[in-house]
Ligand binder design. Structure first.
Ligand code: PLP
Length: 422
């Protein structure tokens, strides 16, 4: 029997009139206005070129290049064989995992918390979204240090909030000051969003500055959402401290976001969490229960093994990242006109390329970092993420979570190309 062709086109655009004939947008304005993730887009383009046989070098990925440690994988394999892991878990997560998250948090950052303060989420990303959705009413403003992780403004808007950019520069190590935050404070400000170590800049705020910002937020009656997903990836003298630990009174108005992705090379397993006051955990769990039920049970078993298995693998990975960080920064600094502050955490460098823009290069004249990134990919097959993805034109983000040989080859290609600048 011949089946009817579905009445679909690849890119439908015609508006659909409603029952009363009025024309309505096909996709809701709320979701239709979300920008795609620029970092995932660059990564996808680089991976597609690679799959097509091109010798592309990707500095775009925000993920460790190491495999997940063996004992974690083994725990997941064992869980796969046990029927109890084939079932739903409670929406907030496996009780033993919530216990382990609370214990690991106490051990690592010193934050006093219990399993009841924890909601297990599909990655730190979902914890950010659910925190925003649980806290923001329409029009509430969020102080957002910029450059920001590309997902923050979209999750704020999706939750009805308004991101208020607090722009930082390389001259201050990309760290926002109280004065800058204060200049953007309004009666609608509800949240200060804090990320240290920072994606994309690698900035790590010193402990006294974290405390100062926390005390200021408390005085202003703000909430703080602090993203600690890179807590273990700090280098040299830099030290990560958790804001509600250095300002304990803030704990009642603070949501801590974290996850296993970056620490244990587990980006694909999708396990993160929030630690928050009970009313927020409860509201976010309700939202979670209706949107995704629970995080994949087997992934939760893997995360449990990660959190109870010690930090030896993290120490090894951090040493490799540190070596590559120093290599990348020294090579980038050899490129005339490119200014690269030393990142102190995470695994990204965020050089300023403003002085390179507007100049002739292989018959083109890139005037934005997005155009420069496209030109670099087209001409020398190296993928970098333009600063526009993080709210600041004139910068590039390069991840150093890739092999040493690729790192050297990739930066060498960029340097050779940029040496042709007119
Ligand atoms: C600052 C920051 N927070 C949170 C995340 C979310 O990580 P995941 O959802 O993979 O746990 C990322 C990932 O890139 C990140 O860079």
């Amino acid at each position: 029997m011949a089946s009817a062709e579905p009445a679909r086109t690849a890119h439908p655009t015609a508006p659909l009139p409603g029952p009363d004939g009025t024309v309505r947008s096909r996709v809701s304005r709320r979701v239709g206005s979300i920008a795609p993730s620029a970092t995932l887009a660059v990564d996808a383009k680089a991976k597609a070129l690679k799959a097509a046989g091109r010798p592309v070098i990707g500095f775009g990925a925000g993920e460790p290049d190491f495999p997940t440690p063996e004992h974690i994988v083994e725990a997941a394999v064992a869980a796969c064989r046990e029927p109890r892991f084939h079932r739903y878990t409670p929406a907030a997560g496996l009780p033993e995992l919530r216990e382990a998250i609370a214990a690991a948090t106490q051990r690592n950052s010193g934050l006093a918390c219990t399993a009841a303060d924890v909601l297990v989420t599909n990655g730190g990303k979902q914890a950010v979204y659910e925190a925003m959705a649980a806290l923001l009413d329409p029009g509430d403003e969020v102080l957002l240090p910029t450059p920001y992780w590309t997902t923050y403004p979209e999750t704020i808007r999706l939750a009805g909030g308004v991101p208020v950019e607090v722009v930082t520069e390389e001259s201050t190590g990309y760290q926002a000051s109280i004065e800058q935050f204060a200049a953007h404070l309004t009666p609608r400000t509800k949240i200060l969003l804090f990320c240290s170590p920072c994606n994309p800049t690698g900035a790590v705020y010193p402990p006294d500055q974290v405390a100062e910002i926390g005390r200021w937020a408390l005085e202003q009656g703000l909430w703080v959402v602090t993203d600690e997903i890179y807590e273990h990836l700090v280098y040299g003298d830099a030290q990560h401290v958790s804001m509600p630990v250095v300002v304990p009174e803030l704990a009642e108005r603070c949501v801590v976001v974290n996850g296993v992705a970056k620490t244990f090379a587990m980006t694909g397993w999708r396990v993160g969490w929030m630690i928050a006051p009970r009313d927020v955990v409860s509201a976010a769990t309700n939202l979670h229960s209706h949107s995704t039920s629970n995080v994949a049970n087997v992934s939760q078993a893997a995360a449990l093994a990660a959190l109870t298995g010690g930090l030896d693998d993290v120490v090894t990975m951090r040493a490799a990242f540190d070596r590559r960080r120093q290599l990348m920064v020294s090579m980038l600094r050899e490129i005339p006109g490119l200014a690269c502050p030393e990142p102190q955490g995470a695994f990204y460098a965020y050089p300023c390329v403003r002085t390179l823009l507007g100049r002739e290069l292989r018959g083109r004249r890139p005037t934005t970092s997005a155009e420069l990134a496209t030109l670099i990919l087209d001409e020398v097959e190296v993928a970098v993420v333009p600063g526009e993805a993080f709210g600041t034109d004139g910068y590039l983000r390069l991840s150093y979570a890739l092999g040493d040989d690729d790192l050297v080859e990739g930066i060498t290609r960029i340097r050779r190309l940029l040496s042709e600048l007119g």
